[in-house]
Structure formats: structure tokens, C-alpha cells
Ligand binder design. Structure first.
Ligand code: SF4
Length: 453
């Protein structure tokens, strides 16, 4: 099953319970993090329903995503009319500041020329909201391809040259609203003005309402998007992002914005890199509350080492999350048996080689993979713990392996929006959950139950 390069060979051709989600879903999440924006999926209505189901299940918020609702006729003759009607309906019903269009598999397959349709529309109407289109063919990419492409598309739409601003722009990737709020607090404590793209810390995790809000308040403002190209620095979390999808690379190439690309700040090493970068950029030392949190994290590693040592793990999800988890595992003494993602072949392996070479050299790596692949692997090589999103639950249940839920989607538990993994504090929270899952499993299988070791 494993070749010399430790990439695992697939034993079947059909995908069952994929370890990825679809590209327009990633783009929709980005549009939900822009102030006053409305996502519009150009294609079949079912795609919008499927995506809403996943996003609502994870964030537990009402989610409006529009669709141009292709029919048989549209599929044969093109969806231009549907697109223009959908935009008119959205303007009438939602009055958005921005409409973010993502093309589904069907529109991509028939080769819809969305740019042409939009030129016809905007040429005859100067009262329209801003419109951004991002190409998101799911047959070529995952939700993270859609996510990164959408971030780059919205920044590109508003970018223009001008005097440099003191702000730092951060592209955090797909993290939880709680992580986003934590990052904003960190920048505040460093006294650094921040533009974050996207920012769904409020739009996808707000309070209860007295009246339904068609577009929840919050998100990166259009003014902030205009400022991105004039920021004094850009930080991007994600070592798997190809240059052509990286917004930091775009800003550096087109506007000479100094870029700092790094792993998700999970674990001590990755968090140290993030905090030291902020210290250099801000000219301030790391605030004492974070220095203290780092010490508590080291202490937690020491306290929990006897539970983690010698254990094995399967880690899965988005490439950058898997890399960050691999880094954490190498710090806490858990051996990574297998890394799995639905990403393109060699994408995860290359990212692991760049970020955690020790894990890249020893772990089995399943790319473009599904949970049948993981099941087959784990039946041959059992592990002590699985760490990843809820789609791996079927494997965890069949093989009685504890699952620590992290990533997207977590739709079979409460509180996915409040799972924090970044920084020293987020790492402690995840670390405690991992160690407690190991203790739980041992207690379950013990004759005496309560264990004090
Ligand atoms: S058809 Fe394509 S865009 Fe639509 S839900 Fe399926 S994968 Fe996503």
C-alpha cells in the first residue's frame, strides 16, 4: 500500500466520504467575511443547498447564499440571463455592498464566460454594488482552493497604488471565528493596526437577534480592502498555498508589500514565529500575558508528557492544518502514523517537507484521499488517536479510536465556532483535549476505570 516515498497508493478509483469539501464553499466563506457581501453561486441550486447545509451545521448561524439556479435549458444554452436575474434579485432583496460570484462545477464545465456577462451588465448600469467573480471548479480543487482564490480575487478587485499605511494585512486562512477574535486581540496588544481578510469573527458567530438580519453586520470593510495594497506588511498563514493563489505574493509582486508567509501558529515553534514577527514589525516586545501563556504551555507539555509519549496519531483535513498538527505532534511526543488530505497529489507532502520535515520523512501520506483510504490504512496500522474534522467520525466509530475534532466541518458537536487552536492559548486548549481523549480511552478500557497515572 505504501511506496518508497511514503505516499500511499490508492486501491480504488471512486471517492467515498471525501476528505475535502467543494471549492465554492471555500469562496462562500470568504464572501461571508466581507462587510455587506452576499455570495452568489452561478450554477445548480443544489450546490447552494449543499453548501448552506455544511456551513449552517458548523457555525450554527442562518446562512443566505444565492444561486442562479441552472435548468436544463440554461445548461445547454448558457446561464447569462439567470446570472443577471439573480444579481437583480439580490440587489432588490439584500441591497448588498458587494456580490461575490463563485462558479459551480456545471457552470465551469459548460465554460460560462462570467466576465463577459458582467461587462454587459455593468456597462449599462452604474448603480450596481461591487461585483467580484472567482472561478471555483470543484473537479480541479478543494474548498481551500476556493478559499484562497476568493481572498486573492477580492483583494485584487480593490487594489490600487498609494502612500504606504501603517496597517498590517493578515490573510489567516480558514480558522474559527474564535481564532479570528484571538488574532485581532493579539494585534491590538501589540498596538498594530490590522486589516484581516476575510473576517467572519462576527458574521458567522454573532449574538441572537430581535429581527432577522439579511446580511449580518461585521466583516472586512470595502475601505479596508482598498487599503490592502498600501499596507506596510502582509502576513499569510499557509505554507501549502501555491504562488498563483497566494495574496501575499500578489501584493508583494504588484505593490512591493513585504510579505511574511508562515505556518498556522499552532504549537510552540509556529506560535514563536508568529509572535516574533509581530515583535519585529511593531517594534514592541511580546506582551507579558503571551510570554506567561507560553510558559504555561511548556508546563502543560511537561505535565502531559507521560500520557502522550509513545502514542500514534492519524491527522487529517486541510493541508495547512495537517502541517500545523504535525508540528504540534512532533513537539508533544506523539508519532504521526498517517497524514491525510483531499488535496492535489504532492501538495501535502511538499508542505510537510517545508514545515515539518521529520514527519514528512516518516509518516505515511495520503493525498487526494477519502476516509475509505484512511480506514484501509488504519485497519493495517492501528493508531491511538485521530485528530481532524467530523467527517472522520465513521472511521473513529468503526475502529473505536478516539477522535479530537478540529477543522472544518465540525457539525456533530456544539461550539465549532469557538474552537481555538492558534497561539499559545489555543495550543493549550487543543493539547488538553488530545491528552484527555487519550485518558478517556484508557479509562474506558480499564477494569477499574479511574486511573491516576
Ligand atoms: S456539483 Fe461541484 S460545486 Fe456543486 S456541490 Fe458538487 S462539488 Fe460543489
Amino acid at each position: 500500500m505504501t511506496d518508497k516515498s511514503n505516499s500511499v497508493q490508492k486501491t480504488h478509483t471512486s471517492t467515498r466520504n471525501a476528505c475535502k469539501l467543494c471549492a465554492p464553499l471555500g469562496a462562500s466563506l470568504v464572501f461571508k467575511g466581507i462587510e455587506g457581501a452576499m455570495p452568489l453561486l452561478h450554477g445548480s441550486q443544489g450546490c447552494a443547498t449543499y453548501i448552506r447545509r455544511y456551513v449552517i451545521g458548523h457555525f450554527r448561524e442562518p446562512i443566505d447564499i444565492a444561486s442562479s439556479s441552472f435548468t436544463e435549458h440554461t445548461t445547454v444554452f448558457g446561464g447569462g440571463e439567470n446570472l443577471l436575474r439573480a444579481i437583480a434579485n439580490i440587489v432588490n432583496q439584500y441591497n448588498p455592498k458587494l456580490i461575490g460570484i463563485a462558479t459551480t462545477c456545471l457552470a465551469e464545465t459548460i465554460g460560462e464566460d462570467v466576465g463577459l456577462h458582467l461587462r454587459v451588465l455593468t456597462g449599462s448600469n452604474d448603480e450596481l454594488p461591487q461585483i467580484v467573480h472567482v472561478s471555483t471548479p470543484s473537479f480541479k480543487g478543494t474548498h481551500m482552493d476556493g478559499f484562497f482564490s476568493a481572498v486573492r480575487a477580492v483583494v485584487k478587485k480593490f487594489a490600487k497604488a498609494g502612500a504606504t499605511l501603517p496597517d498590517t494585512v493578515l490573510f489567516p486562512g480558514l480558522l474559527s471565528p474564535e481564532d479570528y477574535r484571538y488574532i485581532k486581540q493579539v494585534f491590538h496588544d501589540f498596538q498594530m493596526p490590522l486589516v484581516m481578510v476575510p473576517d467572519f469573527s462576527e458574521t458567522l458567530d454573532g449574538g441572537s437577534w430581535d429581527e432577522y438580519q439579511k446580511i449580518p453586520s461585521g466583516g472586512t470593510s470595502l475601505t479596508e480592502l482598498e487599503n490592502c495594497s498600501r499596507c506596510s506588511a502582509a502576513i499569510e498563514f499557509g505554507m501549502s498555498i501555491p504562488d498563483e493563489q497566494s495574496t501575499a505574493v500578489y501584493l508583494n509582486d504588484s505593490f512591493a508589500v513585504p510579505s511574511h508567509r508562515m505556518a498556522i501558529p499552532l504549537g510552540i515553534e509556529n506560535s514563536d514565529r508568529f509572535f516574533s514577527t509581530l515583535a519585529v514589525l511593531s517594534g514592541h516586545s511580546v506582551p507579558s500575558k503571551y510570554a506567561k501563556a507560553r510558559k504555561r504551555l511548556v508546563d502543560a507539555y511537561v505535565d502531559g508528557h507521560k500520557y502522550a509519549a509513545g502514542k500514534t496519531a492519524a491527522i487529517y483535513g486541510e493541508e495547512d492544518l495537517v502541517c500545523a498538527l504535525a508540528s504540534l505532534m512532533s513537539e508533544i511526543g506523539i508519532t504521526v502514523s498517517v497524514c491525510i488530505s483531499g488535496c492535489k497529489p504532492s501538495s501535502l507532502k511538499k508542505a510537510l517537507e517545508r514545515t515539518v520535515p521529520s514527519v514528512a520523512a516518516t509518516a505515511s501520506i495520503l493525498e487526494d484521499a477519502d476516509f475509505e483510504d484512511l480506514m484501509g490504512f488504519m485497519q493495517q496500522s492501528p493508531v491511538d488517536i485521530m485528530i481532524g474534522h467530523s467527517k472522520g467520525y465513521s472511521v473513529c466509530r468503526k475502529l473505536s479510536v478516539p477522535l479530537v475534532r478540529v477543522g472544518f466541518p465540525v457539525h456533530d458537536r456544539m461550539g465549532a465556532q469557538r474552537i481555538r487552536i492558534v497561539g499559545y492559548e489555543g495550543t493549550i486548549e487543543l493539547y488538553d483535549r488530545i491528552i484527555n481523549a487519550i485518558i478517556d480511552k484508557r479509562q474506558e478500557s480499564s477494569d477499574i476505570g479511574y486511573l491516576t497515572w
